[in-house]
Design a protein around this ligand. Sequence first.
Ligand code: SF4
Length: 331
Amino acid sequence: MEPLPGYSLDLDAIAAQLKEADIKRVAVQLPEGLRHRHAALLQAIATTAGVEVVYLADHTFGACDLVTDLKPLGAQALLHIGHNRIHATPGQKTIYVPLESLHPIDTVVTAAIPQLRSPVVLCTTSQHLPKLGQMEQILKDAGLEVRTADGGRGCQSGQVLGCHYGAVRNVAAGAASVLFVGSGEFHPLGLALACELPLIVADPYTKEVRTVEQTRDRILRQRNAAIARSYDATHWGVIVGTKSGQIRTALGLRCQALLHKAGHQADLLAVTTLSPEVLLGFPQQAFVSVSCPRIAIDDAARYDRPILTPPELEIHLGLRAWEDYLFDEFP
Ligand code: SF4
C-alpha cells in the first residue's frame, strides 16, 4: 500500500537525494493532516533509502516551521514533506518534498465557471500546483481571461500561503474575480482579507463551489472589535516568533518603539508556539504578534486578551485609517 494514499510520492527520488548526500540518518517532518500515516512513511523511507529515520513528532505548521538543529538526533538531513521551500536553512541539508494531490480538479473548476468574471486571477496551494496549467486551460477554453503570477516568500506562480498572497495581489488591478482551487477555510479567509475582489472557492475534494462574500465583512468586524478591546491597555506584550520562518524581530522592535512612543509599557516576548496556556500568568493587557499572522486572526476566540497584528496596532495608535486595513503578510 502507498504510504501516503492520494498523493504523488517518489520514494526513489528521495532515496537518490539521500544517497547522493551520503545521509545515514534523516529526520522527517510531515503536515498535521498526514501524521496518522507517519509509521508507514518512515518504514517506506527506511526500506527504500536504506537510512535510519526519526519522525519529528511535534506539530508542524508549515515550511515556516523547520527543525533547524538536528545535532541532538545525530541526523544529517531534514526531510520536510508537504511544502516547498520558503526560507533558507544555512548549514543544514534540507530536502523539500512537496506533495501533489492526485485528486482531479477538472470537474470542480468547470463547475466554478458560471460564477467567475473575467479577467480571473487563478491561485491554489502547493498540493494542486502541478495542475495549475490544466486549471488555466479549462478556464481559457470557456472564454475567460486568466491571470497567474509569481508571489514572494518562495511561492511559485499561482501559489498562495496563509501568510502570503502576492500571486493574487500582484495581478489584482483590473481583474474582476479570483478563483481559489483548494480545500478548507484557511486560505480563502486570508485571501478575503488580502484582496477585495470577489472570491470563488472550488474545492476538489467536496466538489463544492462557493463564494466567500460575507467572510471579509465578518472577519473585519471581529478585527475591529479586537482593536476596540485593546484601547484601555497600557501594558503590552510584543510576541516575536522563533520558528525558523516566522522571525520578524526587527518588526517586533518597531512595534515596541511605537508603543513606547505612545506612552505604553511594552515587553518583547519570544515564543516558539503560541497558545493561550503560554500567556497564562503574564500581566500584559493586550498583545501584538509579529509571528504567524494567522494566530491573531484565526485563533482570536481562544485568547482572553486581544492580540493585534502590526497593521492593526497602527490603526490602534492612529497611524493608519481603518479604511486602509491591511492584512499582515510576510514579505
Ligand atoms: S507563518 Fe503561518 S500562515 Fe505562514 S506558512 Fe507559517 S503557519 Fe502558514
